[in-house]
Design a protein around this ligand. Structure first.
Ligand SMILES: Nc1ncnc2c1ncn2[C@@H]1O[C@H](COP(=O)(O)OP(=O)(O)OP(=O)(O)O)[C@@H](O)[C@H]1O
Length: 586
């Protein structure tokens, strides 16, 4: 945990040192307050009030200093915690901006929000709230133990000898509690999964006639949850009992030593009683370590996850980037896989001349969308190269590459704003005329017409107020206002009804002069392309114009014929994808 903390909080060692010193001063002063209680209590028990007052004055002065030190260390810890929250958010933000976009898959994005919100809070909370109890739990008892040793060496030696025993008892009991907590946490996570699965499967269960919880799935999950909670209590009990037993045994030993001393010399009664009271103060903070231990373990997990996030290698960027000479795109011998040993593209060659439209066609899983992701450098190729305007994308800075590209993906994300806000996100300062032209080209005006407030209608987070096809048209309008010379579009497969498909095809046809690459599923889009690349098994197996490929009578001609025959009479635009057939993995 210390190593992870050093890496996560790198650059803030000075602040942490100042905090440690402030907390240390408070802990020593607190120990001294207890120590000064010895002469006061002794004089009091001896009935010598006159001699007590100077000591009582000293005690009051040190107690006041302790209060002041407590205030100072609280403020120092609190300010450092707040500063670290802001610094960590900035560090994570800067780091995320340099990670390959491919890193942000759904699973990662799911845990990212938890790591960033809870993780940062926990990590900074460790500094703000845990350093003080941990340091005082060690330093205050030590100060007290040293004082006891000076005043009564035998009792002091026994107290100090008990410290390692208490620590050992603490380690063993915390280990037991942690094991039972881990097992219970795992069981609880499984239970939660089952409940979520039950909720998600409602559609399937109900369509299968299971209207009520007939199969007892939920009941079983809840009963298991109950058993898990009971097991956690039972499992943790031996650990807690062990630590309580060790503490009581230590106390018994101290009492026995005190009793022996008083029996030998009755005059020492007052002194021994006072020292025993202090010895109890010595044991208390050590017991509190057992409580703090659970919180530290929890925070250590958050720190480790943040460290892993910050250790993810960013996308290598050139210091001074190249400039693309034109808007043509070329893939040469590209090999790529999302996971080692599972190639998706195997020696892909593709040349897209500037200002032309290329349709990428092929079976599901052939690697069509992957081509688009590699051009936008969401990932780096394993071998071969991807170039834009004769410049390898790895030699371009991210802003240079992104300035050239406008992207429309299948899984369109819309912000929780108005339709107009979502389109303007492509270029906030877009002139009104260009905005209107993009809205018309992507036929978003017909969507706006049916909405209560037109373009000023809020679309809800993720754009839930719109259909999948409509969301893609909004995303296309957003891409068009960006006015980038290259347009990459991964046509929605199922989300496009014939009207949406026709709208997108017409919008693409209007973009003459821009280099367009479309992963196309609609026959009309495909037929309009200047070049068609038929992809299968991770490489282009045929390319040419529609007429050339039909004449060649190969894979594309077969695909075209099958698509047309599956085209139901009455459809404006047939769906080609189904005719291609599913050959997952290419
Ligand atoms: N993020 C990812 N992580 C791991 N594997 C992936 C990822 N994205 C795609 N794949 C795999 O890579 C292969 C090619 O995927 P790709 O999306 O490029 O295919 P596609 O030709 O566009 O298919 P479709 O027409 O169904 O969208 C598939 O086997 C797919 O399962």
């Amino acid at each position: 945990m210390i190593a992870a903390a050093r890496r996560v909080f790198a650059g803030h060692e000075r602040g942490l040192l100042v905090q440690l010193l402030a907390v240390f001063a408070f802990a020593v002063l607190q120990g001294l307050t207890f120590v000064l209680a010895i002469p006061v209590l002794r004089r009091l028990l001896d009935g010598d009030t006159e001699a007590m007052w100077p000591w009582a004055g000293a005690l009051a002065a040190v107690a006041a200093a302790t209060l002041a030190a407590f205030y100072v260390q609280s403020m120092v810890s609190f300010r450092l915690g707040i500063r670290l929250i802001s610094v960590l958010h900035h560090r994570i933000g800067d780091h995320l901006a340099r990670l390959p976009i491919g890193w942000f898959d759904a699973a990662r994005v799911g845990t990212l929000s938890q790591d960033v919100s809870q993780g940062v809070k926990d990590s900074a909370g460790t500094v703000a709230h845990l350093v003080q109890p941990i340091v005082t739990a060690v330093v205050t008892p030590l100060t007290v133990a040293v004082a006891i040793t000076v005043l009564n060496p035998v009792l002091g030696a026994v107290t100090l000898a008990l410290a390692p025993l208490l620590y050992l008892g603490y380690r063993v009991s915390v280990g037991w509690i942690a094991r039972s907590d881990e097992a219970a946490d795992e069981a609880a996570a499984r239970q939660t999964d089952r409940v979520v699965e039950f909720a998600e499967a409602q559609g399937v269960l109900r369509s299968a006639g299971r209207v009520r919880n007939e199969n007892g799935l939920l009941d079983r999950a809840l009963a298991e949850h109950h058993r898990t909670a009971a097991r956690r209590l039972r499992g943790g009990a031996p650990g807690r009992a062990l630590f309580a037993a060790v503490t009581v045994a230590a106390l018994a030993v101290l009492l026995a030593v005190g009793a022996v001393q008083v029996t030998a010399d009755a005059g020492r009664g007052a002194e021994v009683i006072v020292l025993l009271v202090l010895a109890v103060r010595f044991l208390e903070p050590i017991s509190s370590l057992a409580q703090i231990g659970a919180t530290v373990r929890h925070h250590a997990g958050a720190l480790r996850r943040l460290e892993e996030l910050l250790a993810t290698p960013p996308l290598p960027e050139p210091e001074t980037g190249a400039e693309p000479a034109h808007t043509g795109i070329r893939l040469r011998g590209v090999e790529f896989g999302y996971r080692p040993g599972e190639p998706v593209l195997r020696g892909m060659d593709l040349t897209v001349p500037p200002g032309t439209m290329t349709a990428i066609v092929g079976p599901s899983g052939a690697g069509k969308s992957t081509v688009i992701r590699l051009i936008a450098r969401f990932y780096d190729v394993d071998a071969g190269s991807v170039s834009v305007g004769d410049a390898d994308v790895r030699d371009l800075t991210t802003p240079t590459l992104m300035d050239r590209l406008a992207l429309v993906f299948q899984d369109v994300y819309l912000f929780d704003g108005t339709l107009a806000d979502n389109i303007r996100a492509g270029r906030p300062d877009v002139p009104d005329a260009e905005f209107a032209a993009a809205v018309a080209a992507a036929q978003v005006d017909s969507i706006a017409d049916r909405l209560p407030d037109g373009l000023a209608t809020r679309v809800g987070e993720g754009g839930h107020a719109l259909s999948g096809g409509e969301r893609q048209r909004v995303a296309l309008a957003r891409a068009l206002v960006k006015d980038a010379p290259i347009l990459l579009l991964d046509e929605a497969t199922s989300a496009l009804d014939p009207a949406n498909a026709a709208a997108i095809t017409r919008a693409l046809a209007l973009q003459e002069g821009r280099t367009r690459i479309v992963v196309a599923h609609q026959l009309e889009t495909i037929a309009h392309a200047d070049q068609i690349a038929f992809v299968d098994g991770g490489r282009v197996v045929e390319s040419g114009t529609h007429d050339e490929l039909l004449a060649a009578d190969g894979r594309y001609a077969r695909f075209w014929a099958e698509s047309r025959s599956s085209h139901a009479p009455g459809d404006d635009v047939p769906a080609a994808k189904d005719a291609v057939g599913d050959h997952a993995g290419g």
